[in-house]
Every structure is written in C-alpha cells, then in structure tokens.
Design a protein. Structure first.
Ligand SMILES: Nc1ncnc2c1ncn2[C@@H]1O[C@H](COP(=O)(O)OP(=O)(O)OP(=O)(O)O)[C@@H](O)[C@H]1O
Ligand SMILES: [Mg+2]
Lengths: 297, 273
C-alpha cells in the first residue's frame, strides 16, 4: 500500500472538504433564512472566479485590489438577484422557485461560456512560491490560502450569527418570519442579506479553486457536490454543512485511493459522493444534524 | 392615567377569510395610558383584531391610526418601529435561542451598531451602546424575575416561564402600545397573579398603553380600565368593567343563546365618552 499517496490524498480531502463545507454553508444560509433551494449555488463560484480573473487579466489590477473589488461586485450581484428575480416569487409554490433557480443556473453557465469561452483559463501568478513544504509534503500555497480562508469564513460566520444584529435577525427570521416581523425585523432585508453573503462567500471559494485549478465551467460542479454535503449534514444545519463537507471531501479522496490502487474503475472519485448521497437518504433522511419536520396540528 | 388623547383609533374594520367573516365593522379607540381589554367567546375575532393592529392581517375595509397616523398599509416591522409591540396567543419564542438572545431580538430595532458583544465591539464603537442596552435588558429581566433562567434555552422552560420570557421580549421593544393575546392562558392561580402584577406595573410604572385579550373574567374586571366585547366578529358592547358585567347582550353571548343576532343594538351599548 502506498501510504504516501494515501496521506497526500487525505490532506487533499481535508482541504477540498473545508471548501465544500464553506460552499454548503452558503447554500444552507439561503435555505434556512428564505427556504429557497438554490440550484445556482455553483454558478456563484463560477461568476466570482471569472469576474476576478477578468479584472486581473484585462485590467491588470493587482490581486489585492481585484479581489476585494470582486467581492464588492458579488454583494451587489447577490442583492440584485434577490430583489429582481426572487422577491417577486415570494409566496409562489416552492417548486416554481426551484425551477427558477435551476433556470438561473443554466442561464449563468451559458452566459459565462459566452463571455469567457469554454477553455480553462489560469490565474496570473499570485504567490511567489507555488508550493511549500508542510511536514514533508508539498502543498500548494493556494491550498494553504484556501484552508486559511475557509477557517476564517467559518469563524466569521460563528461570530456573525452569535453577536451581530443582522445575524440575530437572520436566526430569528429562519425560525419564524411572522414573529420576526412583529419584532421589527425587515424580512426583505434579511432575505437580501442572506443572498448577498452567500454570493460573496461562494465567490471567495470560487476564486481560491480557480487559482489552483484554473477557471472553467467545471467550477459550477461544486454546486452539485453541495447536495451530498448538505444532505449528509442536514439541510438546515450550519455545523452540519462543515462536517458534511469534510466527510465528503475525505470520502472522495479515499475513493480515489481505492480506485487507483485496487479497483481501477477510473472515476470512482466523481461518483462516490453520490453513492453516499443515496445511502444517507435511505438511512438518515434528515442528515446528521438536520431537524425533523414535526407535523403540527 | 395622563392625557385623554386616543393613542390607537380603530375605525370600521372588516376582515374575512373566504366565507368566514372574522370581523365586521369593528370600531374602538384606546387612550394613551389605558389598559384596555377585548373579550368574547371563542372564535369571536379577538386575535384577528389584534393581528390587524399589529399588521399580520390586512383588513378588507376600515382604517387603523396610531398617534393619528394611518398605519393600515404598513408592514408589521414598520408598525413595530413606530412603537407597537405584541405577544402571541400560541407561544412564539425562538425556542432554540437562549432567553437572553430572545430578549436581544426584541431589542433589535433599537440597535444602531451591528455588533453586540464579543471580540468586535471595540472596533465599531459599539461598546457604550452595548452597555446601555445591557442595562435596560437587565432591568427588564429583573422586573419579570427571570434572572435565574437568562442563559437557558427558551424551548426547555416551563409554560409559565415561557409566557414571561415572551412578555420580556415584547417589553424589550420599548413599545408605547403593547398588545397581549391571552397572557395568562394555561397558567395556575399563582402564575396568573404574578402576570397580573406585571401587567399593572407595565401600565402604571412603565407607562405602556395595554390592549389585552383575556378569558379570565375576574382578571379582566380587576385590571381593565375599559372593556370591549366581540361576538361573531361584531362589537356587541364596550364600556367600564361594571357596565359590561351588567350588559344583557354580553350575558347572552357568554351563555350562548343565539336565537337572535345582537346586531341592531351593537352600535354603542354602554359606551363611555
Ligand atoms: N388565518 C386564518 N385563516 C382562516 N380563518 C381564520 C384565520 N384566522 C382566524 N380565522 C377565523 O376567524 C374567526 C375569528 O378567529 P380568532 O382567532 O380571531 O378568534 P378569537 O376570538 O381569538 O378566538 P379564541 O378565543 O379561540 O382565541 C374564526 O372563525 C377563525 O376560524
Ligand atoms: Mg384568539
């Protein structure tokens, strides 16, 4: 058995897993506060990564400037999307809203293809050294950055929900919109805020992945990976999405290991999470941390 | 009781759900500093009336004014910001949050700075604001005697305590008008007495105008300055507690003799100017 490869893959799993966790958190954030299942989550990564790439390549902006500019754009984008597309749908059947987010997903993918082409494009060199040595293993600097950013985002989420006015309002709205409103909370602003935050943080993840793998429509596949993650963690649990992300990330890489060492199927890496998805739905339909819907009479 | 101006004016409100006429042309007003009760049999439209005032329901007809400003078209959160707070008939606490967080949500619309406690406040200058809010929240906690459960998760508390926490959350809004939907339902005698004392204090010492729905007649007659009676969505009487007790229409509504609709006399029985 090739322990070095195994170790390398496990490290990859943890790094990719935390990124899955971050994207899943964004998905859960929207689901929790607005009850919308956002099938266009992956496109947020794509749009963020392309926007940043475009600013860096076309305008030759330095990274420290292009990066925050992209995030600022994503705030506006998230709010605009909620106000223009989703707000008019409030009160419509949930299935219509899901159809709209699927439509958005297809639309944005096509639009990005039209604007930026279909080949993978690489980011300009952001770091001086492309990889550093951690405990005897070569780890890409961008991966380290990704880890740092992911952990930072998770801690920021924690503080935001625990100690900020908007975070408190979001938790209250997630629990009961009517009651939140009667306590002076503007549900509309809470909705807009959750789309904005979700878009920004997803874009952050998109840029990080783009720096490692290059930008291409493959990025939006992350949005689909989110489903096994949130189904595992529970659709409405932030903590669950982090744990779920880690598990799926590691599972994927273990599958890759078994595949390359013994099975030689060739793409177990891609499909393993979805096998997991099916199994989880059978044994624990509400996920590890999700709350069961209790019928009220 | 202070000045005699009407804080809340409700004019000719009608509300229906499909074929169900929950409210039919109900009018009344509540003066500043008053403790006003709405009573009536089950399904009479009491909660619906409260929901129209707080903005949860939108009546098809009529107008509601708060401090002489029409509020009928405003959203619940806008009405809250004007100074109308409420509690719910079926407990509506944020069960997964601590008691303190529940009360802080009530404080929400008064907070200017986005960050409350924690590592961030010295960056944002929120510290002084935070201290002020803490102080007022502490005052409310002391007043309602819930200091011992401040850190507890709201959903784990006993029914009586949850009712109290819900009141605390509404008081934290600092409303001028507080709407209480059956604040004592399901309580034992002792808890009811406590609650009655809190409501009187809120009215007399904290200066809040109170509109209360309550089924316990003893409590209503003891606490209220004025009482309005609803039956089948119509106002059948309004006046001082004693007058209401003696009103034959009210007796009839409560005994459930509905041979004749009490509509023609509904206009102003027992009304006091
Ligand atoms: N959201 C709603 N949808 C449909 N019908 C409603 C709704 N809310 C209230 N009603 C109806 O309106 C009428 C008045 O109800 P309401 O809850 O105001 O009564 P109530 O006086 O508060 O009664 P209770 O003492 O039982 O609380 C009832 O017939 C009720 O079924
Ligand atoms: Mg009621």
């Amino acid at each position: 058995m090739n322990t070095e490869l195994l170790l390398q893959l496990l490290v990859n799993g943890v790094i990719v897993g935390t990124l899955y966790g971050v994207v899943a958190m964004c998905f859960v954030l929207i689901y929790k506060s607005t009850r919308v299942v956002n099938f266009a989550q992956g496109e947020f990564l794509l749009i963020g990564a392309w926007t940043c790439w475009w600013l860096l390549m076309k305008f030759e902006l330095p990274f420290w400037f292009g990066f925050p500019l992209t995030l600022a754009f994503m705030v506006v984008f998230g709010i605009a999307l909620q106000v223009i597309v989703l707000r008019p749908l409030i009160g419509e059947p949930i299935i219509s809203v899901i159809m709209v987010t699927i439509g958005l997903s297809i639309f944005f993918q096509a639009l990005m293809g039209l604007l930026f082409g279909h080949e993978t494009k690489v980011y300009p060199q952001v770091f001086e050294t492309s990889s550093i040595n951690v405990l005897g293993m070569q780890v890409e600097t961008a991966y380290i950055l990704s880890m740092v950013i992911s952990i930072f985002v998770m801690i920021a989420f924690y503080f935001f929900f625990k100690y900020s006015k908007t975070g408190l309002a979001m938790r209250a709205t997630a629990f009961d919109q009517q009651v939140a409103q009667s306590l002076g909370i503007s549900v509309k602003s809470v909705f807009a805020a959750s789309w904005a935050i979700s878009a920004v943080v997803s874009a952050l993840a998109g840029i990080v992945i783009g720096m490692v793998n290059g930008v291409s429509s493959a990025l939006s596949f992350f949005g689909i990976k989110v489903f096994p993650v949130v189904i595992l963690g529970g659709l409405d649990s932030i903590v669950g999405s982090i744990v779920g992300g880690l598990i799926i990330g590691i599972l994927e890489n273990l599958a890759e290991f078994c595949d390359s060492q013994w099975l030689h199927i060739g793409n177990l890496y891609v499909i393993a999470p979805f096998y997991a998805l099916v199994i989880i739905l059978m044994v624990k339909p509400y996920g590890l941390f999700g709350t069961k819907d209790i019928e009220r009479i | 009781m202070g000045e005699n101006t009407a804080l809340l004016q409700v004019e000719n409100i009608s509300l229906s759900f499909g074929g169900v006429k929950a409210l039919q042309g109900v009018s009344f007003d509540v003066k500043s500093g008053e403790l006003f009760s709405i009573i009536g049999p089950n399904g009479a439209g009491k909660t619906s009336m409260l929901n129209c005032i707080s903005g949860r329901y939108h009546p098809q007809q009529g107008e509601i004014r708060f401090r002489e400003q029409p509020i009928t078209k405003l959203k619940p959160n806008q009405r809250c910001n004007l100074g109308i707070g409420r509690t719910f008939q079926n407990l509506a606490l944020f069960n997964h949050m601590s008691v303190l967080d529940n009360i802080m949500v009530g404080r929400h619309h008064l907070l200017k700075n986005n960050f409350l406690t924690g590592g961030l406040y010295w960056f944002t200058g929120a510290r002084r604001e935070e201290l002020e809010h803490r102080q007022q929240v502490e005052e409310i906690i002391d007043f309602l005697e819930i200091a011992h459960i401040r850190k507890a998760q709201a959903g784990t508390l006993s029914y009586g305590l949850r009712k109290r926490v819900e009141l605390a959350r509404a008081v934290a809004l600092k409303p001028d008008l507080i709407l209480l939907d059956e604040p004592m339902a399901g309580m034992n005698h002792e808890e009811k007495e406590d609650m009655a004392r809190y409501i009187i204090d809120l009215n007399e010492e904290w200066g809040m105008t109170v509109v209360m729905i309550e089924h316990d007649m003893g409590v209503v007659m003891d606490l209220s300055h004025r009482v309005m009676v609803l039956d089948f969505g119509q106002r059948i009487a309004a006046g001082l507690p004693d007058e209401i007790m003696d009103n034959p229409l009210v007796k009839k509504a409560y005994l459930g003799e509905e041979d004749e609709q009490p509509s023609e006399e509904s206009a102003g029985v027992g009304e006091v100017a």
